[in-house]
Design a protein around this ligand. Sequence first.
Ligand code: MN
Length: 289
Amino acid sequence: MKKQIEKIMSPPAPHMVGDGFRVHNFFPGPHGEMTRMSPFFMMDYNSKVEFPASEHQRGVGVHPHRGFETVTLAYAGKVAHHDSAGNSGVIGEGDVQWMTAASGVLHKEYHEKEFARVGGAFHMVQLWVNLPAKNKMDPPRYQAITREQMGKYFLPDGKGRVDVVAGHFKEIKGAASTFTPMHVYNLYLDANAKIDFELPEHYNTGILVLEGNATINGEWVNQDHLTLFANVGTEIAIETTTAAKLLVLSGEPIQEPIVAYGPFLMNTKAEIIQAYDDVNAGKFGVLED
Ligand code: MN
């Protein structure tokens, strides 16, 4: 049975995160639907935008996180990262940075120096992936996943490929290690491509069209729109008339209470207060601006 489409969302009005990310927040959104896409708590979508050349590296300065993972997927431009657990890296087109904040890190995220100096197209997604209560206070972890490391599924007719970031696509395994079951794919399709796959009925599922447009389960979806599926049916069929790039997210919901405040995502208000106390006590480590 075809997976039923609940709605096709147009990109909400953008806002700046720091001075380096111009994002459309698809969820949780103004109505705070915090569990609708669980385990994916938040999606900030930096649709493709040109940044002018700058000696200053635009971005977001040092800030803490606890209780979840920040996952940054790059499609154009380069983003750099440093955190108080001692991890750092640069990701570019097709790469993913999967940072598990868990018990807590300070980090900063900004345009890579050479990209900033030259300027150009910048196109990214940042997800906040929730952690189950039992893993919220695990040690931090950092996975730099280049597109070469991702599992690859090639369409039999040669009209595109799937980069498997996490989970699996048919028999092809993803590169990321995750705490709860999920599938994350980048689809790179040529014009007149057709691809079919299945995702579990109870997994919360969304597909973002990053470039071009696509027909998804019979519905025409424009660039920068998010297709949100109801938890009914398993089959997805995508067809293109133009070249298209899509991000597929599908995950088993985490059935636990959520209290979200600022950069923290916990189960109770007391844990949020504890997070602020721990940051103020220096327990998240040290990171220079
Ligand atoms: Mn952050």
